[in-house]
Write a protein that binds this ligand. Structure first.
Ligand SMILES: Cc1ncc(COP(=O)(O)O)c(C=O)c1O
Length: 405
């Protein structure tokens, strides 16, 4: 982002500020979509990475559906205008009331995590089928696309999620008792992988495993596709992946529907967190820069071991120094960047923390009791506020004062 735009945005909306580039987001969505020529493909954006409704609406306008990890994802997706059949639920550990809620919302594709969840679904399906006011799926078992998240250590690694192939026959029996079929398999390769071959090498085994299900109709190839946070580093190769997938799916003897749920790969790169420098000090050769944001606004880098490029917008000095960019709290992990190479900074300089579209705002919190920044969307040369800045009153939300102290 250029300095004039950043300065204007900070003047208008204050600092710190999440800024999304809608045009770039659309380009990325189109690029991913066009990389998979297999005709029976549906993309479902994994909104665990970002639940801003204005952004979800961009995905919807380009023809993607939504992948929901939780009922909250479904709720936001419905608010953003997705129809229930555009939402795939692939989550874990719903209790009975949540399972009822998911079916009452009319969700038609569910990838479950365990036989216990299948038993619950079957039970709830039969109850909700009798009572739901608007049961779009119910009474029509063929409209319900029921699958499993796969657990196969050679493919999915050491994961708590999913069902093993040896459990498939029992699953088929449980579903059949409720008049249902297991028609899908969901495969999740692992989070944030830029090594494309880690996906292409396992396609055959995933297909072979899915074909163990007698009524198999769809494969959900999950998420986990990486984003090159280290600029110039290895990037996930969507064209290669798409060609390999298409090749294998076209060789199947029956038509198999393909679902793909990118999260960070779609949205990480379109966002920047702008912040201002508040103080600068030197500890030997290290420049210690304090900024007006915190890891509670962007928890990924220091709390979860991630990395984000940081640019200084207000100085072009090519001489750089080892720099720690620190948040505006004393929390020991409040670093937005450690050991960065940045020019000598001064109070008021503007920094841009790049690629914060995924797991950025979505993982921000009120830890450290700093209200969260606003979010702004840039599109067609205009800017639009898509979430208000919080004030201190949010810190009291749902708190109850003792009556007489
Ligand atoms: C089932 C499923 N699909 C997709 C995603 C998105 O993952 P990523 O952002 O790594 O693509 C997740 C993340 O938790 C997930 O659980």
């Amino acid at each position: 982002m250029n300095v004039d735009l950043a300065t204007a945005l900070l003047e208008k909306y204050g600092s710190p500020l999440y800024v999304y580039d809608g045009d770039r987001l659309r380009d990325t969505i189109r690029h991913i979509t066009q990389s998979v020529p297999y005709p029976h493909t549906q993309f479902r954006f994994a909104s665990v990475t970002n639940g801003n409704v204005a952004l979800l609406q961009i995905f919807r306008s380009i023809g993607w559906g939504l992948h929901a990890n939780t009922p909250g994802d479904i709720y936001l997706g419905l608010q953003a205008g997705f129809s229930p059949d555009q939402i795939v639920y692939s989550g874990s550990n719903l209790d009975r009331s949540e399972m009822e809620q998911v079916l009452n919302w009319g969700i038609t594709t569910l990838n479950l995590d365990s036989l216990a969840q299948l038993e619950l679904l079957c039970d709830v399906y039969q109850t909700v089928g009798r009572t739901a006011p608007q049961p779009p799926i119910l009474g029509e078992p063929d409209n319900l696309h029921l699958g499993f998240r796969l657990n196969l250590p050679e493919l999915t690694g050491d994961s708590r999620i999913g069902v093993r192939p040896e459990e498939f026959p029992a699953a088929v029996t449980i579903a059949a008792a409720a008049g249902l079929k297991i028609t899908g398999l969901h495969f999740y390769r692992g989070t944030g992988t830029n090594a494309t071959q880690a996906f292409t090498q396992v396609i055959d085994k995933v297909l072979e495993t899915a074909s163990l299900l007698p009524d198999w109709q769809y494969l959900d190839f999950g998420g986990g596709f990486g984003y090159p946070y280290k600029h110039g580093g290895v990037a996930f190769d969507w064209e290669w992946f798409g060609r390999e997938l298409t090749d294998r799916f076209e060789k199947q003897t029956k038509k198999i529907n393909l679902v793909i749920e990118p999260g960070r790969a779609a949205i990480a790169g379109c966002a920047t967190l702008l912040a201002k420098v508040i103080s600068v000090k030197w500890q030997d050769e290290i420049q210690v820069v304090g900024v007006d944001t915190t890891v509670a606004n962007l928890s990924v880098p220091s709390v979860h071991g991630g990395y984000r490029e940081i640019e200084v917008l207000t100085t072009q000095d090519s001489i750089t120094h080892p720099t720690n960019v620190c948040g505006n709290t004393t929390y020991s992990r409040d670093y937005l960047g450690k050991n960065c190479q940045l020019p000598a900074l001064k109070i008021g300089d503007i920094i841009a923390i790049l690629d914060v579209g995924a797991y950025g705002y979505a993982m921000s919190s009120h830890f450290l009791h700093r209200p969260r920044p606003p979010e702004v969307l840039l599109e067609n040369g205009t800017d639009r506020l898509i979430r208000h800045r919080e004030d201190y009153s949010v810190l009291l939300n749902h708190q109850i004062f003792a009556p007489s102290i």
